[in-house]
Design a binder for this molecule. Structure first.
Ligand code: HEC
Length: 169
C-alpha cells in the first residue's frame, strides 16, 4: 500500500514539468502545511525552494538526494547529516520532512527497494553524531560513480558559486 502510494507520487512528480516541488505558485507560504511548510521554514534557506541547493556550498536535493538510497551507508547518512539531525523539528516532523524530500526531490533517483523512514529510526539515528561526513560522502559518491549512477564530475554541489547578489536573491 505504502509502496503503491509512493510509486503514484513519484509518477505524479515525474509527469510534472520541472521544477519538481509542489508549491502552488502565488499561494502564500503560510497556507501550505505539514512537511512542505516545515521544509520551507527549516531547509529551503540552504537547499532552495526547488531543491536546487546553493551552488558551490549546499548540495541540490532535486534529482540527487535519492542516489544515497542505493548505497548501504546512505540511509544512515541521510538521517545523521547535520542539517537533518540537528534540525529544531521534533522526530515526527523531521521524519515527515525527510520522507517528503525523498518523494518530492528524489524522483527516479530513489532505489526501488527504498522504504520510508520511520520516526523510531530517525529518533535513534539523529542522536549519533556523524564523524568525517565529508569522507563518508565522498566514498559514497565514488561508489555511485563506479556503478554508473552518477556522472564523474557531479558532486551535487558544484565548484563555481552562483553570484547570488547578481541573481538578485
Ligand atoms: C545551514 C544550511 C543548511 C540547512 C538549514 C539544511 N541543510 Fe541539508 N545540507 C547542508 C549541507 C552543507 C549539506 C552537505 C553535507 C554537509 O556538509 O553537511 C547538506 C546535506 C543534506 C542532505 C544530504 C544530501 C547530500 O548531498 O549530502 C540532506 C538529505 C539534507 N541536507 C536535508 C536537509 C533537510 C531536510 C533540512 C531541513 C530540515 C536541511 N537539510 C537543512 C546545508 C543545510
Amino acid at each position: 500500500m505504502r509502496a503503491a502510494r509512493l510509486a503514484a507520487l513519484l509518477l505524479a512528480v515525474a509527469a510534472a514539468p520541472a521544477p519538481a516541488a509542489d508549491y502552488a505558485p502565488g499561494r502564500p507560504l503560510e497556507s501550505h502545511d505539514g512537511a512542505r511548510l516545515d521544509y520551507a521554514l527549516k531547509c529551503k534557506g540552504c537547499h532552495g525552494l526547488w531543491g536546487q541547493g546553493t551552488p558551490g556550498h549546499v548540495p541540490r536535493l532535486d534529482g540527487f538526494v535519492g542516489l544515497f538510497t542505493h548505497v548501504p551507508e546512505g540511509r544512515d547518512y541521510l538521517m545523521r547529516v547535520p542539517g537533518v539531525a540537528r534540525s529544531v523539528l521534533d522526530d515526527a516532523r523531521l521524519t515527515g520532512v525527510l520522507n517528503w524530500v525523498l518523494a518530492t526531490y528524489g524522483g527516479d533517483t530513489v532505489a526501488p527497494d527504498f522504504t520510508p523512514f520511520t520516526v523510531e529510526e530517525i529518533a535513534a539515528a539523529r542522536l549519533r553524531p556523524l564523524e568525517d561526513r565529508k569522507g563518508l560522502r565522498d566514498r559514497m559518491l565514488a561508489e555511485l560513480r563506479a556503478r554508473g549512477l552518477l556522472a564523474p564530475d557531479d558532486d551535487g554541489i558544484g565548484t563555481s558559486p552562483e553570484p547570488r547578489s547578481v541573481a538578485g536573491r
